[in-house]
Design a protein around this ligand. Structure first.
Ligand SMILES: Cc1cc2nc3c(=O)[nH]c(=O)nc-3n(C[C@H](O)[C@H](O)[C@H](O)COP(=O)(O)OP(=O)(O)OC[C@H]3O[C@@H](n4cnc5c(N)ncnc54)[C@H](O)[C@@H]3O)c2cc1C
Length: 490
């Protein structure tokens, strides 16, 4: 760190020098921000996007993995087991929707059946003991809609489904409440390091920080190279998924997993915490780090797999399709390290399990930073209680169902998104929250508005009006209005 840096342009207040700059506000970066916020540090969380959680963190399969099938002895196994436990308890405290559905890992061929004891042994080596073999007859009695031909399974009772959107939002909300500065729309394009620390060249000016943490997901190799690392290269592995309508939900009780291959966990069918069914993901290496398009071939292959696993899916309506990009590298494990000499830590290449492992990764990174020389004095009053996040799951009560709440504040009875039963009160609250949405997609991740079977066809105009500070839905439409679901907002 001996290069001299150019004279910076005048810095705005948000660009004042920080102790730690975290690059990337996905689930990993926000978890790190929230964990480091327990210490008396001045922290800035920087992201290229105008909102938190807009990268891979918003488009995954939303399983809270136990880590039963990770490679024993790997860093991923350790941080996943730990992170899963931490996130389970954090989610309960913060109001992040989680359902412990359990999973059944289903064998369809004699070869797959023969692989089950090895997977069970792996789970036990990973410290997960609750796994157990399930005979085919037992499997069909717990999942009667399962397609014919399954020959046995393993039950993993602690696999759960989680809201992938509320998770980074909760972490960011907690971080911001502790004083972490959130610098969005600030892509990091370069770095200049000198003896006193680093200057990040961002789309919003220079950000000075003594230490930098790289949690840039698909961009983590590029950031690592800027800091003199360069030990890994990301090759995005695209996963396409299909969301089925809520009417399909009764087809399934638990997550149905395939026997994994060395390359991918394979295509699963899972319930979502919003009451839908999810089928996917595919696994295809793509050259473009922004290529989140779904493809005809990908969706066809999913539908074929879905029909085999759960034939009833063929008759169900598709609500949406999407794709996410795994930050796969040439290494099998996460790329996590800290270097005190460079005052730099990397949490990159977090490929397939980063949602579940996020709090484990964050705890590990904080430990590495402390060992590397970052002073970690406790912040007075911390650790604080997690924030109370708006509950957007299907399993618990929602505002439209709460007569007392509606009586106290009628905005919770004014339905804007009829498919997902989202009220004007919830949208108003999201817009006034400490980490507000930047666009309709951000509002959907906070409230579910526009995510239902009409995909915003009926509510997009009202939602846009509310986002722009306008009055919202057509006057007089409320949860109590007979036929409210048929009224189109103008
Ligand atoms: C199809 C699929 C299914 C998955 N299923 C699961 C699952 O069921 N359970 C599970 O636990 N995990 C799952 N994962 C993995 C999980 O989604 C990821 O591991 C996790 O989201 C990675 O989070 P992240 O914060 O590292 O990356 P991201 O969420 O991508 O965040 C990185 C952030 O860095 C920002 N950034 C990048 N470059 C720059 C730059 N130069 N300057 C400023 N900002 C920058 C980006 O804008 C982005 O916001 C799945 C992934 C995929 C693709």
């Amino acid at each position: 760190m001996t290069r001299s840096c150019p004279e910076p342009p005048p810095a705005g207040p948000e660009l004042a020098a920080a102790d730690v700059a975290i690059i990337g506000a996905g689930v990993v970066g926000t978890a790190i921000a929230r964990t480091l916020a327990r210490y008396a540090l001045d922290i800035v969380l920087v992201d290229a996007a105008p909102d938190v959680g807009t990268g891979t963190s918003k488009a995954n399969t939303a399983i809270l993995h136990t880590g039963f099938d990770a490679a024993p002895g790997s860093l991923e196994s350790r941080l996943l087991s730990r992170g899963s436990v931490l996130l389970r308890s954090y989610a309960a405290a913060a109001g992040i929707p989680v359902e412990r559905t359990g999973a059944l890992l289903v064998a369809w061929t004699p070869e797959q059946l023969a692989a089950l004891p090895g997977i069970e042994a792996k789970a036990r080596a990973n410290g997960y003991q609750a796994i157990r073999p399930v005979r085919a007859d037992e499997l069909y009695s717990s999942e009667p809609a399962l397609g014919p031909g399954a020959v046995g399974a393993l039950e993993i009772p602690d696999e759960s489904i989680i809201c992938p959107w509320t998770t980074p939002l909760a972490f960011a909300t907690e971080a911001v409440a502790a004083g972490v500065r959130l610098l969005l729309s600030a892509q990091v394009n370069g770095v200049c390091s000198a003896d006193g620390g680093h200057e990040l060249v961002t789309a919003r000016g220079l950000v000075r920080a003594r230490w930098v943490v790289n949690a840039a997901g698909l961009g983590s190799d590029a950031i690592d190279a800027m800091f003199g690392g360069g030990g890994f290269t990301i090759t995005p592995r695209r996963g396409e998924l299909i969301v089925f309508d809520k009417l399909a939900r009764p087809l399934l009780r638990s997550v149905l997993l395939p026997v994994p291959t060395a390359r991918t966990k394979g295509v699963l069918v899972a319930p979502t915490v919003y009451g839908n069914l999810l089928l996917g993901p595919t696994a295809q290496d793509v050259p473009d780090r922004a290529d989140v398009a779904t493809t005809e071939a990908g969706l066809r292959s999913l539908l074929a797999a879905g029909r085999r696993i759960l034939p009833g899916l063929a008759a169900e309506e598709v609500t949406a399709t999407y794709a996410g990009l795994r930050a796969a590298t040439e290494h099998a494990d996460y790329q996590v390290y800290a270097d005190g000499g460079r005052r730099y830590a990397c949490a990159g290449g977090i490929r397939s399990t980063g949602l579940s492992a996020s709090l484990g990764i964050a705890e590990h990174v904080a430990g590495l930073l402390g060992e590397a020389g970052l002073p970690l004095p406790p912040r007075p009053g911390y650790p604080a209680a997690p924030p109370a996040m708006p509950y957007i799951g299907e399993a618990g009560p929602r505002p439209y169902q709460d007569a007392g709440l509606i009586a106290a504040d009628p905005a919770y009875g004014e339905i804007v998104c009829h498919c997902e039963r989202v009220s004007r009160g919830e949208i108003r609250d999201a817009l006034a929250s400490p980490v507000p949405p930047a666009d309709p997609g951000g509002l959907a991740r906070r409230t579910r508005a526009g995510n239902g079977r009409c995909q915003g066809f009926y509510c997009a105009a009202a939602v846009s009006r509310l986002l722009a500070g306008g009055p919202g839905p057509a006057a007089g439409v409320s949860a109590e209005t007979p036929g409210a679901a048929e009224v189109r907002p103008r």
